[in-house]
Ligand binder design. Structure first.
Ligand code: MG
Length: 381
């Protein structure tokens, strides 16, 4: 009997609405909002948005999230505007993770919050930028985009009166913390956290293939011996004849995503059915990890080896990467010598954490384009 027909109010009441919905939709091993450890600074529950939904919205409305549109994933703006940026990569990760999470009965709000946050700490110029800043920061612990993401959401984003940061739930913060060292033993990660990792990998294997072919770094023929591409092409040819080059590339990438998502759904669903976890903590503390099937792991390794050798180390990419790294390192030195070049509103934090750390943080927050513009400015005088 519905609330309305029982004569009760239908206006959703705080956690009751969210709890009832989750009871209906989520598997026992999913993270339920009612089990959340909450936030550092207590807040009253929202009338109809659950805690993880609020986290997702806070991340979505943060300025660091918006800046992802100006940060490269693998390919820079000089190469056109077809390819993925850090923002569109993030959206692809979120949608893949949500699709799988829905079938597995996991908490989609938590999945989305984690996915939108996962790359929020990326500096300009992708991993090349991260490596350069890591060298700059060597004497004070190095730089990691995963750690910097926590600094952003806990210290740099200003949203509330009285404390810094977005006041996210402990589950989202713990999920991001576990990304800092994924090889650390004894990591107890919620299934939702594990799933976002698997979706990240599925997304970049597919879209880096698409972008690399579109940008003429490699051809589809160069890749046709790779098992994942071969099986995609075979499936496409069974369905379509005479696809033009562009449509064939797009269909291949579509199959590449679909093959991976289908594998992740089927493999993990059967594993979870076998294990019959009765709570999120039982699943979290077990040795089970959401990931591709053993067969898909091998196929992905083959594709990733190819991408590493033929795309990520392509001379055109290496050139851009080296130029970006020397630019960042030069700016870092410049800011250390001339801290007054760092904008005035950062000066209080500069006094708090010191000029070297501030220079790294300031550089890490920049978009690719802003970094180039600022580089020109700080070296003019
Ligand atoms: Mg990512």
């Amino acid at each position: 009997m519905s609330n309305a027909s029982k004569g009760l109010t239908t206006h959703p009441v705080a956690s009751t609405f969210v709890d009832q919905r989750e009871q209906l939709l989520l598997a026992p091993y999913a993270m339920h909002s009612s089990d959340s450890l909450g936030r550092q600074h207590p807040e009253t529950e929202h009338a109809y948005r659950g805690p993880f939904q609020r986290d997702r919205d806070r991340i979505l409305h943060s300025s660091a999230y918006r800046r992802l549109s100006g940060k490269m994933q693998v390919f820079t703006g000089e190469m056109g505007d077809y390819h993925r940026t850090r923002l569109t990569h993030t959206q692809e990760v979120a949608t893949i993770a949500r699709t799988i999470g829905r079938v597995l009965g996991l908490n989609e709000d938590l999945i989305e919050a984690l996915a939108l946050m996962h790359d929020i700490g990326h500096p300009p110029y992708g991993h090349a930028g991260e490596d350069a800043l890591n060298e700059c920061a060597a004497e004070f612990g190095g730089f990691s985009h995963n750690r910097y993401a926590l600094v952003i959401v806990q210290e740099l984003e200003l949203r509330y009166n009285g404390f810094t940061g977005l006041n996210l739930t402990q589950e989202v913060l713990a999920g991001q913390t576990s990304r800092i060292d994924k090889n650390k033993s004894g990591l107890h990660r919620l299934l939702e956290v594990q799933l976002v990792d698997a979706a990240d990998s599925a997304a970049y294997d597919a879209h880096d293939t698409d972008d690399a072919i579109k940008l003429n770094l490699v051809t589809l023929d160069d890749m046709s011996h790779l098992e994942l591409i071969r099986s995609s092409l075979e499936a496409i040819r069974r369905k379509h004849v005479n696809l033009d080059k562009g449509l064939l590339r797009k269909a291949t990438v579509h199959y590449l995503v679909n093959q991976q998502v289908t594998d992740l759904v089927n493999w993990n669903r059967s594993q979870l059915e076998e294990r019959m976890f009765s709570s999120s903590t039982q699943a979290r503390d077990s040795d089970f990890v959401i990931g591709p099937s053993p067969e898909l792991i091998e196929k992905k390794k083959e594709l990733e080896r190819f991408l590493y050798e033929r795309v990520y180390r392509h001379p055109r990419i290496v050139r851009v990467r080296e130029a970006a790294q020397s630019r960042l390192k030069a700016m870092y030195e410049r800011y250390r010598q001339r801290p007054e070049l760092i904008p005035a509103h950062y000066q209080p934090r500069l006094r708090e954490i010191g000029v070297s750390r501030m220079a790294v943080e300031y550089l890490a927050g920049m978009t690719d384009h802003f970094c180039e513009q600022t580089y020109a400015k700080v070296f003019i005088d």
